[in-house]
Design a protein around this ligand. Sequence first.
Ligand code: P5A
Length: 445
Amino acid sequence: MRLSRYFLPVLKETPAEAQIVSHRLMLRAGMIKQQAAGIYSWLPLGYKVLRRIEQIVHEEQQRAGHIPLLMPTLQPADLWRESGRYDAYGPEMLRVRDRHDRDMLYGPTNEEMITDIFRSHVGSYKDLPLTLYHIQWKFRDEVRPRFGVMRGREFLMKDGYNFDLTKEDALHAYNRHLVSYLRTYERMGLQAIPMRADSGPIGGDDTHEFLVLADTGESEVFYDSEITDLKFGDRDIDYDNVEQCQAVLEEFTSRYARTDETHDEALFAQVPEARRRVARGIEVGQIFYFGTKYSEPMGATVQGQDGVKQPVHMGSHGIGVSRLLGAIIEASHDDRGIIWPEGVTPFHVGIVNLKSGDAAADAACDALYDSVAALGLEALYDDTSERAGGKFATMDLIGLPWRITVGPRGLKNGVVELTSRRTGESEELPPDQAIARLATIYAGL
Ligand code: P5A
């Protein structure tokens, strides 16, 4: 993309309404625009990152054997009357009435609807196990929408639902989700720690939240510092293998790690003092096992091997897709702007032309731009007539992890400059070597 043709409305001033750094940077980098409290338009740069995050979530869900579908945002109230949650959900639910006076709602989550789909089409144990998921907008009329996309009213969630014959099978689905989430967040350059939590309005006893440590996080967390040494890495997990998933679960959840809702001082005191940490975290996902809470009242049953009908065991599993942008920025920025991890960056590299209009510089930039595209990567090429300092400031603000700087002086010596946004280190290289370096950096991402 050539910057002269893009829509990147960066702000020079720091917006006064933004209290935390990720919100400030998303506004300044022209990623979002607030349309009402907790409701945002996603401008091109923000939308690009949102799409990259969605893509990673899709890939990892499908790697774990989960099947994508798409349910609507508006739901009939009657489904929620069946589960008993229509009244219980309270003022967080946005309720609307259609022209025929039918009660509808903008879905805050989809347990009821997916259970309805299941009961309409599945009747035998032979069709299990089954996990369906979608990535869809939700609405929760939060009392205090704040911090930009972190606590929105309209927000994008990946929500998945497993259907199993037995509790044991459903607990494997729970473990499988935990494992696949570890891998999902790591691909986004994040360390998200699974912590024992409280299930709230979703229900059930077994639940873990995934938290990214950040001073601006809304949850207080208590954990054993050994946890932060754990890495999922590129383990080759067979998601159908019960023992393998169980082993990863034990590795990542056996140390003390709890949110304030489930914190237990006496247990925490058993962690050696030097390893006890009290910090803050951003909740980027949560997994639940709630058994037959929805399948029983809604009649989602299957016929077992013995011919007897029984309600299916279920769980649900959520990732805060739009919130993740804020969480990633909180975890990865400096005083000049965002530093995108390679896995989610909106453009893989920025190309800065120090002298737009200079025939040699223009030609070298055009050639680099084409070479980046030939690798299957995307460059943002600043071909504008802005002065060099302004171009660097914009690139630093929007946080592309790599920058190639092209100027007539370097070109005379046959080199361009490749700069890492994270370390600030620059290297002078012939253009083809700079391209080869990018190919290596992004191989496998
Ligand atoms: C699990 C999937 C559920 O709703 N039902 C379907 C279950 N879980 S949850 O924990 O309530 O939400 C899942 C994730 O969504 C994000 N999230 C939000 N993001 C932005 N703004 C909000 N107001 C908001 N509320 C929840 C969180 O990341 C949460 O973990």
